[in-house]
Ligand binder design. Structure first.
Ligand code: ADP
Length: 591
C-alpha cells in the first residue's frame, strides 16, 4: 500500500500515463486521418471507374429487355474494374451484376431504396458504407446516374469491400501498439533508474532528518551532485550543524543555570498557573525542612502552609506584577523571610511564578542583638556615671567639708569609676575578639601551670571567703593555644566560681581527655543556675541577678568573652548546673 503512495510510484505512474495518453491520442487521430484518406482515395477511384462505365452505358438501352446485353458488357468490364458492378434501371431493378450469374440478376430485390441508389436516381453521386449481408463484410457503395442528354436513364453502382482499409488500419494500429508497449517498457526502466536517482537520496534525507529531529546530529547527508537535492542536503547539513551548536550552547547555559539554582543560598520555587510546584532548589528544602521528594506537582500551600505566601503567588499570577514582601513564618519553622515573587511571562501572559525566598532571620536576630547591645551598653555606662555625677555634686555642694563622709563619697566615686573602667576594658576586649584582628598567637600552653598562676592572683578573695581550691589538673597538660587569652578565660571562670560561691565553698579545676581535645572544668559549690537561664548565660550583659552581679563588680561580659576566645580556638563552651548546689563551667581546647 505504501508503494502506491510513494513518490517513485507516482512518478513512474505519471510517466506511463503520459506515454499511454500520447500514444492513444496519436493512434486515435492517425486512425481517423488514415481512414478518411483511404476512403477518399477509394471513392475517387470508384468515381472515376463509375464514370468510365457510365460513359459506356449512356447510349445503351437500360431496360430489362436488354439485360442480357448489359450482362455481357458488365462481364467484359469486370477484369478492368476492381469492384463489383451493378446496373440498375430507373425503377430500381437490377439489370446486370458482375458477381452474380445472369440467372440470379433479375430475381434480385429492388434497389430503389438503397441510399446511394436513391441519391443517384436524384441526379447526384450517392455513396454509402454498410454491412453487406450478401458478402458478409463492410462495403463501400458508390452510385452515379447514367445520363443520356441530361436525362437520367439508370444508375451504375460500384461496390468495394472495406476490409483492405481496415486491414491497413489494423496494421498501423499494431505498429503503434507495439511501439507503445516498447516505449512503456523503456519508460518504466528509464523512469525507474531516473526516479531512483531522485527518491533514494530523498529517502536518505528523510532517514537522517528523522535522526536530527530526535537530537542525533552525528550524521551528515552526502550528496555531491550540484542539483536541487544536493542543495537541500547542504542546507540540512548546515541546519543540523547550527542546531547542534545551538543545542550545546543551550545545554551549557541550562547546566550553568542549574548549578546556580542548586547552589543558591536563597530558596527558589517555581510554580505554574495553578500554583503547583514545578521545581525547587535544595535550599528551599532545608529552609522549610521539606523531607518528601514528591513535592512536585503539589500546590505550594500544601508544602509551605502559609496563607500569606499563597496570596503572594496568587497576586503575581493574576496581575503579572512582581511582589516583594517580608513575612514571618511560624510553621514548619519559625523564621523571617524576604520573599521576592516575579512573574514568568510567556507569549505575553503570565505562565508561572518564580519565588526567591531569603531567610533573613539571622539578620533580624543580629539587628535585634545590636539594638539590645547598644541599649545595654548605654544603660551600663549611664548607671555608674549618674552615681559619680550625684556624689561629685554632693561633694561640691558642701559635703567636701565633712571629712568623714567626703572620704566615703570619694570611695564610692572611685568604685563606680573602677566599674566603668572594668566595663570599658571588657567592651574593648569583646570588640577586639569580635574583630578580625584577633589573631591567635598559638603556642604550647601548660594549662596546669597557667591555672596555678591564675589562682595565685585570687589568693585574697579565696582567703576572704574561706574557699577551698582543688587544682587537679595533671602536670604538663599541654594545649595548642594563645596563653594570654586562655589566662583570661581561666580568670573569668575562676572569678565567677569564687564570686557566686558560698562561704567555705569549694572550687575544683580538673580536666578530661577527649581524644584530640582537652576538656577543662571549673566547678564550684555556689548558688547554681536555673535551667531557664542556662541557655542565655553566655549572652552579653545577661546576668541572673543584676544587682548581685553589680555589687560583686561584674560587668555581665565575662562569659561572653570566654565564649569568644574558645570559639577562636575552635573549641566549645558549656555549663552544667543545679540550683543551690553549684555549677560546672567547661571549655575544650585542641591538644
Ligand atoms: P558577671 O560579670 O556578672 O560575672 P558573667 O558573664 O561572667 O558576668 O556571668 C553572667 C552571669 O552568669 C552572672 O551574672 C551570674 O548570674 C551567672 N554566673 C556566672 N558564673 C556563675 C557561677 N559560677 N555560678 C552561678 N552563676 C554564675
Amino acid at each position: 500500500m505504501f508503494f502506491l503512495k510513494s513518490l517513485k510510484f507516482k512518478l513512474l505512474f505519471s510517466y506511463l500515463l503520459v506515454i499511454l495518453f500520447s500514444f492513444s491520442l496519436a493512434t486515435f487521430f492517425l486512425n481517423k486521418r488514415l481512414e478518411a484518406n483511404s476512403l477518399h482515395e477509394l471513392k475517387n477511384s470508384l468515381t472515376s471507374q463509375a464514370l468510365l462505365i457510365e460513359s459506356r452505358l449512356s447510349s445503351v438501352n437500360l431496360s430489362q429487355a436488354n439485360a442480357a446485353g448489359l450482362e455481357t458488357l458488365v462481364k467484359e468490364l469486370t477484369p478492368r474494374i476492381k469492384a463489383r458492378i451493378t446496373i440498375i434501371d430507373m425503377a430500381g431493378n437490377v439489370l446486370a451484376e458482375s458477381e452474380r450469374p445472369f440467372s440470379d440478376t433479375l430475381k434480385m430485390e429492388n434497389h430503389a431504396q438503397r441510399p446511394e441508389v436513391k441519391e443517384a436516381l436524384n441526379g447526384v453521386t450517392g455513396e454509402n458504407i454498410r454491412y453487406s449481408s450478401t458478402l458478409k463484410m463492410k462495403m463501400l457503395y458508390l452510385a452515379i446516374p447514367i445520363k443520356l442528354a441530361n436525362a437520367i436513364t439508370g444508375v451504375v453502382r460500384l461496390a468495394m469491400p472495406l476490409d483492405s482499409v481496415e486491414r491497413m488500419l489494423f496494421g498501423v494500429r499494431k505498429i503503434i501498439y507495439l511501439n507503445m508497449f516498447f516505449a512503456s517498457i523503456l519508460v518504466f526502466v528509464l523512469g525507474f533508474i531516473f526516479t531512483s536517482g531522485i527518491v533514494n537520496p530523498l529517502n536518505k534525507i528523510i532517514y537522517l532528518s528523522r535522526k536530527f529531529s530526535v537530537g542525533d546530529f552525528n550524521h551528515r547527508i552526502y550528496h555531491p551532485a550540484k542539483d536541487e537535492i544536493g542543495e537541500l542536503a547542504d542546507t540540512l547539513n548546515k541546519m543540523a550543524q547550527s542546531l547542534e551548536e545551538k543545542i550545546s550552547e543551550v545545554k551549557l547555559k541550562s547546566q550553568q543555570l542549574e548549578a546556580v539554582f542548586q547552589s543558591m543560598i536563597e530558596g527558589i520555587i517555581v510554580v505554574d498557573k495553578q500554583s503547583r510546584i514545578i521545581s525547587m532548589n535544595p535550599s528551599i528544602k532545608s529552609i522549610f525542612d521539606i523531607r518528601s521528594d514528591s513535592s512536585f506537582g503539589k500546590p505550594v500551600i500544601e508544602i509551605i502552609r502559609n496563607n500569606e505566601l499563597a496570596e503572594i503567588v496568587k497576586s503575581v499570577l493574576n496581575s503579572g506584577q512582581a511582589v516583594s514582601r517580608e513575612l514571618t513564618l511560624l510553621w514548619p519553622v519559625e523564621k523571617v523571610f524576604q520573599v521576592n515573587a516575579a512573574p514568568v511571562i510567556e507569549k505575553g501572559t503570565c505562565s508561572a511564578c518564580l519565588l526567591v525566598i531569603h531567610d533573613i532571620s539571622e539578620i533580624r536576630k543580629l539587628e535585634n542583638m545590636r539594638r539590645d547591645f547598644v541599649a545595654n551598653v548605654s544603660h551600663e555606662l549611664k548607671t555608674p556615671l549618674t552615681s559619680i555625677k550625684g556624689f561629685v555634686e554632693t561633694l561640691l555642694e558642701g559635703a567636701l567639708e565633712d571629712k568623714e563622709n567626703s572620704r566615703n563619697f570619694l570611695k564610692i566615686v572611685q568604685d563606680h569609676a573602677n566599674r566603668l573602667d572594668n566595663l570599658i576594658s571588657d567592651l574593648l576586649k569583646l570588640s577586639y575578639l569580635e574583630s578580625k584582628g584577633a589573631l591567635l598567637k598559638k603556642q604550647d600552653v601548660d594549662l596546669s601551670k597557667l591555672t596555678k598562676e591564675v589562682l595565685v592572683g585570687f589568693t585574697s578573695q579565696i582567703r576572704n571567703k574561706n574557699i577551698e581550691v582543688e587544682n587537679s589538673l595533671p602536670e604538663a597538660l599541654i594545649a595548642q593555644a594563645d596563653a594570654d587569652k586562655i589566662e583570661q578565660v581561666l580568670i573569668n571562670l575562676i572569678d565567677n566560681a569564687i564570686k557566686f560561691n558560698k562561704e567555705r565553698g569549694l572550687v575544683k579545676v580538673y580536666s578530661q581527655d577527649m581524644g584530640d581535645k582537652i576538656k577543662i572544668i571549673v566547678e564550684d559549690s555556689g548558688v547554681g543556675i536555673l535551667p531557664r537561664d542556662i541557655s542565655r548565660i553566655f549572652e552579653r550583659f545577661y546576668r541572673v541577678d543584676k544587682a548581685r552581679s553589680r555589687s560583686l563588680g561584674g560587668t555581665g561580659l565575662g562569659l561572653s568573652i570566654v565564649k569568644h576566645i574558645i570559639e577562636l580556638h575552635a573549641g566549645n563552651t558549656g555549663v552544667e548546673s543545679t540550683e543551690g548546689l553549684g555549677s560546672a563551667f567547661w571549655f575544650t581546647l585542641p591538644k
